[in-house]
Design a protein around this ligand. Structure first.
Ligand code: ZN
Ligand code: ZN
Length: 267
């Protein structure tokens, strides 16, 4: 079965990813508008009616801003932890609390959704509750770990078992420290419940390298404290030290902040 992946937007201005089979698919996060999603789908000749569910990682605005219109336009159920659910309903971006068709997921307890086996897992971040997701479909494993201050052993476990990784590379340490963010914000980003740096992503990928890894998409790149090429080079150079050539053993791509990615298809 061909599995499709699209990043619809990745970063503080809005996050959403699509993972699908030829017949249907799932959205992860609701930080991108229905209009933008429809536009990207049209470009890739996929009908938005194929979307059957929405999974939410955490209740920060860049991941939930468009949840109401997406539920309304796509008429799909939402999956998130009970705590993320209550966080969403308390968020000032949400006009009407969402109660209908919300399914609470428990961390590290697999659920089945048609061909997908899905597990949420805890990540350290500063929303009400924060998870990554591991999706297994047709023998392929996709793990998404975004918005995490550090890669805990739990997060490492789910990333190690993947073939396809969507991993945060938010900031370059020096750019963050020399940049214009106020002190409290620099501290927040760099904290253990903040975001993952290029260095931390690269260290993880080299120290935990798995030959079953095929693709890594670096996500949630900061506009102010990072450059796509810098994130890429940091990872490429670190992997070179363990004799892994990016583009050969492993594909590494940097996801764009405000533009949808190519349609990636895997057989
Ligand atoms: Zn975010
Ligand atoms: Zn966040």
């Amino acid at each position: 079965m061909t599995i499709q992946f699209i990043s619809l937007g990745s970063g503080s201005s809005g996050n959403s990813y699509y993972l699908g089979t030829p017949d249907y698919g799932i959205l992860i996060d609701a930080g991108i508008s229905f209009r933008q999603i429809r536009k990207a789908f049209k470009l890739h000749q996929i009908d938005t009616s194929k979307i059957v569910a929405l999974f939410i990682t955490h209740d920060h605005g860049d991941h939930i801003r468009h949840i109401e219109t997406l539920i309304d336009k796509l008429n799909i159920p939402v999956y998130c932890t009970a705590n993320v659910h209550s966080g969403i309903n308390k968020n000032r971006l949400i006009r009407q609390p969402i109660y209908q068709d919300v399914h609470h997921v428990e961390k590290e307890k697999a659920i089945q959704l048609r061909d997908f086996t899905i597990e949420a897992f805890e990540v350290p971040h500063d929303a009400t509750d924060n998870v990554g997701y591991c999706f297994e479909v047709d023998g392929k494993v996709f793990t998404i770990a975004t918005d995490l201050g550090e890669i805990t052993p739990t997060a490492a476990h789910y990333l190690e078992k993947a073939n396809y990784l969507i991993l945060e590379a938010n900031y370059e340490e020096e750019m963050l420290q020399m940049g214009s963010y106020p002190r409290f914000l620099k501290d927040r980003v760099a904290s253990r419940t903040g975001h993952l740096s290029n260095f931390a992503a690269a260290e993880f990928l080299s120290n935990h390298y798995q030959s079953k890894w095929k693709h890594v998409w670096l996500c949630h790149i900061s506009k102010d404290n990072n450059h796509p090429e810098l994130a890429y080079k940091t990872v490429e150079n670190r992997l070179k030290e363990i004799q892994i050539t990016v583009g050969k053993e492993l594909q590494v791509m940097v996801l764009k902040r405000t533009v949808a990615s190519d349609l990636y298809e895997f057989d």
